[in-house]
Write a protein of this length. Structure first.
Length: 133
C-alpha cells in the first residue's frame, strides 16, 4: 500500500473512533441525538480497520452497551486485550476528530480504504483459471 493511502487510512480510523466517543457523550447529554455506534456498525466491521490498535478499540466499542472511553477500556481489560497506550490513544482520537457529526463519512472512508486494500491484496495473488496460472 502506498504511504498516502496508509496515512489517510489511519487518519480516517482515528477520526471515526473519536467521533463515536464524542457522539456517545453528546447523545447521552442531549437526548434525541442519535448514537453513532449503530450507524457505524451498519457500514463497517472491525475487519475493515487496518491498524491493530484501532481494530481492538472498535471491537470493544461494538461489544459495549455504551461506548464511553472508560467502558471501552473496561471491555478491553475484560477481554484481556487492553494494552499500554490504549486510553491515551482514545483521548488523541477525540482531540483529532474535526467533527463528530461526520461519523458516517468517516465510516464510509474507512470502508472505502478497506476495499482498496482488499483490491490490492487480490492483485498480488496469482489467478488460476482452469488449472493454468
Amino acid at each position: 500500500m502506498n504511504m498516502e493511502v496508509f496515512i489517510a487510512t489511519r487518519e480516517a480510523e482515528r477520526c471515526l473512533l473519536g467521533a463515536i466517543l464524542i457522539q456517545h457523550a453528546l447523545s447521552t447529554t442531549y437526548l434525541g441525538l442519535p448514537s453513532a455506534i449503530e450507524s457505524v456498525r451498519n457500514i463497517i466491521n472491525p475487519d475493515d480497520i487496518y491498524d491493530q490498535q484501532n481494530r481492538r478499540i472498535l471491537t470493544a466499542m461494538f461489544n459495549c452497551q455504551k461506548p464511553h472511553q472508560i467502558n471501552v477500556a473496561q471491555e478491553l481489560h475484560r477481554t484481556d486485550k487492553l494494552q499500554r497506550g490504549d486510553c491515551t490513544h482514545m483521548s488523541h482520537c477525540i482531540i483529532e476528530c474535526p467533527c463528530s457529526l461526520d461519523y458516517d463519512s468517516y465510516a464510509q472512508a474507512v470502508k472505502n480504504y478497506s476495499n482498496m486494500r482488499k483490491g490490492i491484496e487480490l492483485k498480488k495473488k496469482p489467478v488460476i483459471i482452469g488449472g493454468i496460472n
